[in-house]
Ligand binder design. Structure first.
Ligand code: URA
Length: 250
């Protein structure tokens, strides 16, 4: 589909079928993107995956080694953790939509560069315009800063939902620690679990047939960076940290 036709599809999508076909056309157009130098080193564009009609969207940072090879976001250890967290609120990745700020892997899993973010952001904004999620959970600093348009870091704003206008539509942004960061830091894992448990409540009662009941969050859980006594608050997730995962997520 030509670029103009994709733009029309983005603007016009109203029904479930239109969203799905618009997203497929956008994925097709994006698969040959050469807007930044990352195109030269990628195995493939990692567009995104999930329900084109999802009410809940997750936005991570960038594909890593495994994502670049397989073509899907969050397929490494961080993705396994994301799956576990979703299961905890009775969702699977088929119920949500998952994408990244960058669609191509930065070499050596380095941080995204500003020039890459600026080149790539149009793909994400079109995805958001097509899917029209009610809640966007931004995973880590890069997604949070890009979609909020604010400089505040994730350690400051995690767990704080904020109404935002994206493409003329109101959406709730919900910043969360990046799962890869949580794999390294037990206190961050507890905070991520607690923040995640609030998602069903944030989505609200309306149209949440796929959303499970809100999970009670135990009071007094440690904040990120807070010292925790030995043996307390150790994450239940038994996921070995993979050297190919993104690291600079704090
Ligand atoms: N995998 C992704 O797809 N995105 C991230 O941000 C990290 C791992």
């Amino acid at each position: 589909m030509a670029a103009g036709a994709v733009a029309e599809a983005v603007a016009a999508a109203e029904t479930a079928a239109e969203r799905a076909s618009g997203l497929a056309a956008l994925a097709d157009a994006t698969s040959s993107c050469t807007l930044c130098a990352l195109a030269e080193g990628r195995t493939q564009v990692v567009f995104g995956t999930g329900d084109p009609n999802a009410k809940l969207m997750f936005v991570g940072e960038a594909p890593g080694f495994h994502e670049d090879k397989q073509g899907y976001p969050f397929v490494g250890q961080a993705g396994k953790l994301l799956d576990e967290l979703l299961a905890g609120i009775e969702l699977t990745r088929d119920d949500v939509y998952i994408a990244n700020v960058l669609k191509c892997r930065p070499p050596g899993n380095r941080d995204p560069q500003q020039v890459e973010i600026e080149a790539c952001e149009q793909h994400l904004f079109k995805q958001v315009a097509l899917i029209e999620p009610r809640l966007i959970a931004t995973l880590g600093n890069f997604a949070t800063k890009l979609l909020s348009g604010r400089p505040d870091g994730i350690t400051k704003v995690h767990g704080e939902p904020r109404e935002s206008t994206l493409g003329g539509r109101t959406v709730t942004l919900y910043p969360l620690f990046h799962p890869a960061a949580a794999l390294y830091t037990p206190a961050m894992m507890k905070t991520l679990e607690a923040d995640f448990a609030r998602i069903p409540g944030l989505l609200g009662a309306e149209g949440t047939d796929k959303i499970g009941p809100a999970i009670e969050v135990a009071a007094g859980e440690p904040e990120a960076g807070e010292a925790i006594p030995a043996g307390v608050g150790v994450p239940s997730h038994d996921l070995a940290v993979d050297p190919d995962e993104q690291l600079d997520l704090f």
